[in-house]
Design a protein around this ligand. Structure first.
Ligand code: UDX
Length: 440
């Protein structure tokens, strides 16, 4: 079966590579010519574990093809996935321009039965709009081909996207016809055989499942962060609290790690979009609103935590370890590290930052600040050397097992902020350092 995927971002590219591995013939379409040229040569534009191997293999085997020619891709494929970007607008809603452009193109070039699958995270009701746009374009052409729209949300985590795609907890399919359902099941056949649960719903329910799942996970994190803040006041240890809570199978242990607040391209954007959808329908989502507020505050509380240890931060050197919003990605979107660095600079501190993969993105983002109190370092030790404090913001493996004797000798001060709770107070303080975690 030939399928096309519009958008070669995280979701589109990883889906395309994995589908090619499933044995399908995949056409990946993007408007970005540079990206398409690179991908055609087997160069992966993102850092994502395993993606480069899948790319090399499938380009070599001619199972995947990259093009900017969307019209031809539509004509040549039976199933068309929409996996283009849906960036937030200034007021927190979702910009659906790219999704609707693909729908328009489908209407313009449809030449037989097609299944049009929405993989981008889109507000409830978008599937129906996509349907209308395709119909309108066909009417303009004076043609009438049968087609189905399907909502098939993606639950990939960055850094684990290939694994998540091939080992999903469930596949959600919002469908309106048995024919489309069967085609989608055929596409996901390798997973069907692995007994992955398939949840078949209407389009609106599938669209809602994605938002509700992400908002719930974000709420879990915001909740444990609030408990962590209270733990600090009352002398409790949030790590043990979360561990014991998680042992209750009704609660579960995942997404209960206290830290500097969640970041990334999904949780902040999706919680905000869900709140806006609620407002549009006159339905107040007070818990989602509280989650958004608590997460913003959590990032700022990390700055307060650092500030509290100094009479002034002016000219103090602070080593920041980890800039990406989580390990195993070079993505810094909405990363707590951004809020922390920006605020430390505002308070007059000199920031020396290091990240194993996100330095290029960070240098671009902070280009105006480089030299104005901000230095990027090539390794953790360079950042730590002569600093008054070190702050672990992202729990990369290489920060989990540092030689604390060396750290103590390189640091000018003795403050060790562990915003991911990856060390214990005892093991750090043994070296004469002062340990400050989150809720520990
Ligand atoms: C998330 C969802 O997990 C995924 O299903 C969805 O499709 C896209 O959004 P992602 O943003 O890649 O994936 O990262 P994830 O691993 O979920 O982490 C999100 C943020 O939450 C990170 O900043 C992470 O550090 C933070 N987090 C996660 C915590 O602070 N504590 C936790 O216990 C778990």
């Amino acid at each position: 079966m030939k399928i096309s995927i519009f958008g070669t971002g995280y979701v589109g590219l990883i889906s395309g590579l994995c589908f090619a591995d499933f044995g399908l013939d995949v056409i990946c379409v993007d408007v970005d010519k540079v990206k398409i040229t690179k991908l055609s040569k087997g160069i992966c534009p993102i850092y994502e574990m395993g993606a480069d191997i899948l790319l090399e293999r499938n380009v070599k085997n001619n199972k995947i093809y990259f093009t900017t020619d969307g019209a031809q891709a539509i004509k040549d494929s039976e199933v068309i996935f929409i996996a283009v970007g849906t960036p937030p607008t200034l007021d927190g809603e979702v910009d659906l321009t790219a999704v609707f452009q693909v729908a328009e193109l489908v209407g313009k070039y449809i030449n037989g039965y097609k299944v049009v699958v929405d993989k981008s995270t889109v507000p409830v009701g978008t599937g129906q709009k996509v349907k209308e746009i395709i119909k309108n374009e066909m009417e303009k052409r004076g043609v009438k081909y049968e087609f189905d729209v399907v909502s098939n949300p993606e639950f990939l985590r960055e850094g684990r996207a290939v694994y998540d795609f091939t080992h999903p907890d469930r596949i959600v399919l919002g469908v309106e016809s048995k024919k489309a359902e069967e085609i989608m099941k055929k596409i996901y056949k390798p997973l069907y055989l692995k007994e992955t649960p398939f949840v078949i719903t209407n389009i609106e329910t599938a669209e809602m499942i994605k938002y509700a799942s992400n908002a719930f996970l974000a709420t879990k994190i915001a909740f444990i962060n609030e408990i962590a803040n209270l733990c600090e006041k009352v002398g409790a240890n949030v790590k043990q609290v979360a561990y014991a809570m998680g042992k209750d199978s009704r609660i579960g242990s995942k997404f209960l790690h206290a830290g500097p607040g969640y970041g990334g391209s999904c949780f902040p954007k999706d919680t905000m979009a869900l709140k806006k959808i609620g407002e549009k329908y006159g339905c107040e989502l007070s818990i989602v609103s509280a989650t958004i507020k608590a997460n913003e505050r959590q990032k700022l509380l990390m700055v307060e935590k650092i500030k509290k240890e100094f009479t002034t931060l002016r000219s103090k050197k602070i080593a920041i370890l980890g800039i990406s919003f989580k390990p195993e990605t070079d993505d810094i979107r909405e990363s707590p590290a951004i809020t922390i660095i920006e605020n430390l600079l505002k308070l007059g501190a000199n920031v020396k930052a290091y990240d194993p993969k996100a330095l290029d993105n960070a240098k671009r983002f902070f280009s105006h600040m480089i030299g104005n109190g901000l230095t990027f370092c090539n390794n953790a030790l360079e950042a730590i050397k002569d600093s008054d404090a070190l702050v672990i913001v992202t729990e990369w493996y290489e920060f989990r097992n540092m030689d604390l004797y060396e750290v103590k000798n390189l640091l000018k001060g003795n403050l060790f902020f562990d915003l991911r709770n990856i060390y214990s107070k005892d093991e750090v303080e043994r070296f004469g350092l002062k340990y400050i975690g989150v809720g520990t």
